[in-house]
Design a protein around this ligand. Sequence first.
Ligand code: UDP
Ligand code: MN
Length: 322
Amino acid sequence: MGVYLGLLLWRTKCLVLCIFMTFMLGCFIALTPITSDVCDCADKQSSDLKERKTEEQTYHTEGDEAKHKLAVLVPFRDRFDELLEFAPHMHKFLKKQNINHQIFVLNQIDSYRFNRAALINVGFREVCPECDYIAMHDVDLLPLNSQLSYGYPESGPFHVASPQLHPRYNYSTFVGGILLIKREDFQKVNGMSNKYWGWGLEDDEFYVRLKEAKLQISRPQNITTGKNNTFRHMHDRVRRKRDMTKCFNQIQVTRHRDLETGMNTVSYKLAEVRQMSIDDAPVTVLNVKLHCDKLLTPWCECGSNNPSVQRTATASKLKKSG
Ligand code: UDP
Ligand code: MN
């Protein structure tokens, strides 16, 4: 009986011990933090990858020009054929001059009329201060002469597409096509006006800003080529019709210097950033949705039923001569 009782006691002890250990193990499992396979690792990886890819898009050099970084800002909509020529050509051209650079295509994806200047403002806000100077660069204008310098414009804006050399425009205040400007100078004039929807005059208004700020504009000197062979302007005037429509009070407003808008007021949404290569040229595409304040600039849309629509440009003070 004593042996039997001892055995029973021993078995009970074992049972209690077992229950206790099971309980402890249960507690341990319950309190251990859950680590999930679908943690934020994927996110982390993609943002690391994004940074790395953006870095890879930059062409780095050594030497004198290496301390500066050029952002080539290309206002863009529906000019894919031109871009296919532009990107490899510019990459090669700038590499030859040992320029640290990155090409940004500012692709306007909203349904308003094209706004070259607002896109340049967006590009500047998105990519500088990582850059220290920009090239405001038409996609259809290729520099052919290696004497055309894209170096840092220390002493003021440098107008590469000089009226003496541009195949189409030849008036002395022309600053369109290709203009290099350092970050501080662009900021000083509050960038460009956002009021220019449709073709023309935004560059002439920018000229007035530069003059008012007393910035010295310089242009290429001692170039051995002329108007027909310094640049290639890939512009078929029938296929790439310029949007000269004017509506509402667009003519009156856009012939005056704009004291209201600039890089600090441009309203937009950056919808997407894509990295791509064209041949061996890295290109960063920014898909941009511009916003339009219809009280300020109703001409961002000129509906065909609008009685105020004029299909031809009227002469104005700021009008381009080409
Ligand atoms: N642009 C564009 N899509 C357009 C209109 C203009 O991409 O529908 C860009 C492009 O970079 C072009 C620049 O704006 O080179 C200037 O426009 P355009 O060539 O019509 O002006 P031009 O200097 O030939 O009068
Ligand atoms: Mn053109």
